[in-house]
Design a protein around this ligand. Sequence first.
Ligand code: ADP
Ligand code: ZN
Length: 754
Amino acid sequence: MIARVTLEIALRREFDYFIPPELAGRVEVGTRVQVPFGARKVLGCVTAVAEESDHPNLKAICKVIGEQSLITPKVLRLARWIGEYYCCAPETALKSVLPEAVRKEEAGWRERLYVRAVAVTGEIPKLPKRQQEVWQIIEERRELPLQELLELAATTSATVRHLEDKGLVVIANEISERDPYSREQILPTQPLVMNPQQAKALDRIKAALEAEVAEAAAREPGAPAEAGVSRVFLLHGVTGSGKTEVYLQALAHTLAQGKGGIVLVPEISLTPQTVERFKARFSSGPLQTLVAVLHSHLSAGERHDEWHKIRQGRARIVIGARSAIFAPVEPLGLIIVDEEHEHTYKQEEAPRYHARDVAVVRGRMEGATVVLGSATPSLESFYNCRRGKYQLLEMPERVDDQKMPHVRIVDMRQTVRGGKGIPIFSPQLKEAMQQRLERKEQTILFLNRRGYSTSLQCPVCGYVAECPNCSVSLTYHRRDQKLACHVCGYCAPVPGVCPKPECGNPQIRFAGIGTERVEDTLIKLFPDARIRRMDSDALKRKDDFRRILGDFRVGKIDILVGTQMIAKGLHFPNVTLVGIIYADLALHMPDFRAAERTFQLLTQVAGRAGRGDIEGEVFVQAFTPFHPAIQFARRHDFGGFYEQELEFREQLKYPPFSRAALLTLKGRNEEKVSLSADYLRKELERALGDIKDLVLAGPGAAPLARAETYFRYQLMLRARQMSVVSQRLARLVSTLTLPDDVTLAIDIDPVNMS
Ligand code: ADP
Ligand code: ZN
């Protein structure tokens, strides 16, 4: 017998090995193995088992890793699809379906020493600079192998021991099963009595779950689910319409059928409260099961344990961010993708998969029902309902019968006239905030740009402070007194005068407004108010996010200022006012989804207002107040926006009317990158030119023309069908001869156009 193995080293192909008699019966599809490769021994995964091979003189597998095959044949099939569709090497696709902590486990992973952060209460002692740097890494990761830490921090174990002496970390040589939420007391909850719109949606989902079971019974045992039966639902429900309750009861039905479920939520919404709602429902009673949690903030050990709970069938419900779509739930009955429009479902490094789309494919492969939920569905999913590919379930009303907040658009062009410069707050918004303070109600202010001001300019000579590594201007951070690049992290001191030697003008200007400036202005405007800012600069410590939200919930904060971090899924009954400082910021991005993003963001942010007894009010400040994305959002008119946006996309043959692929070339020598891009264009014309409906755009400099010292050029492909394009691209890539210092990245169905 021979085994076909994908090796972990990047070779873009598979190799055959002989299964020695002593390993007979222990090697199957999905088994992790160690095999000889040249003079080395490398790890790999068995992707097929066969009687014989076309290759002579096969080498034997050295050993089998782990008792149980880690990758189930079904997940393996999914990984194969990812490799083919997203145009990446099989080993890259395979890597993403197993958490690293599981993959590396038996190859000495357990034996190594681990450093773990100790939960500290109170202040952290003042540390010397070196220790402080090391501590920051440990605090961020919570647990990591000592060896990895030493390499990351370029330090010695003595420094780490100092931290151990101070009681901040423990160094241990084993991991034990830990539950990341073990300290929380969870009270069981009972299903709620559904209102008619929820009941209707649930009935349709239950019918699909039943149909899957009936069809499976009619199939030959072991035969795969029929291709093309797509039971996919788009649950379009406004914020507060009770979607989560529908998910919970659909999961209960799935468990009653003897199957399990996966719930995907965006990383940022994966709060302890969210997890608790799921754990609480299934923590007792006849449907009792563990709920496993998978996301990137777990330590390696925690991730390892959560994964094995699923593989062993002890946890039949998984809730997690993007990569949880690969959880080995078996048999799988239901996949839920909450906030399906979120672009964080797209992985921005290879394999560049979109978890929502993978969910739909996995559902089809395994005969599982898929529910995509959102208050602001993506145009892609909405269009799939129109074409009859998905079924639309609508929940237009809030559970508590509350009205949607009243949205007022403020034309900021009016406020500029006669004044000096651009104000942050219109008089209307200022007054509304004043009222809320008097009535002891809360306000959320939203601006999707951090820092104090977005650029530093000299009005005399025109100098603008730019990043030496990237084609962006530096943002001024006033509290830390520095200029920072938001692309690469480069920092520079703030000059007191224009740094151009021939100029030296002392009156340099800060232009553009960020959250830090909003906060500062608020403090001056309302000196007695309790104001907090929430963005990635303000969150210095791990639990800051939770703490600030906790303070806001219990009324210790009057006005919360923040970036998109505060736009999602949070509900606070006492928030009656939401202010959007510049609604048109995202509209001017060079991205065909700019209007869609703006519409979604405005709707999501507006949904934060008025969830208690008092009706909410939203002020949208804009310089293009009549833009359709803003006007439709004001009227809560999804249908209207989607119709007109679809028309625009259709005219220009943009997704969802086509599928796109973005090809980015990067390198430090601009001329080489540009020449390579021209060469790539010619090769694309040659290899794909006969595909009908193909639109080839570029090459041109990317919107972010330079990042981290690399010049970037792009080409975009659009075609009706992507699978043929992917196949041909993969073949083309293997024959391309690019200069050594120019690399090509292929992004199928790109979400980020920069
Ligand atoms: P969504 O996920 O659509 O934003 P949620 O599921 O969070 O909405 O529901 C909003 C609130 O309404 C929650 O506090 C939830 O417990 C409550 N709720 C949901 N369904 C019902 C119901 N049928 N009866 C009473 N309360 C409900
Ligand atoms: Zn930079």
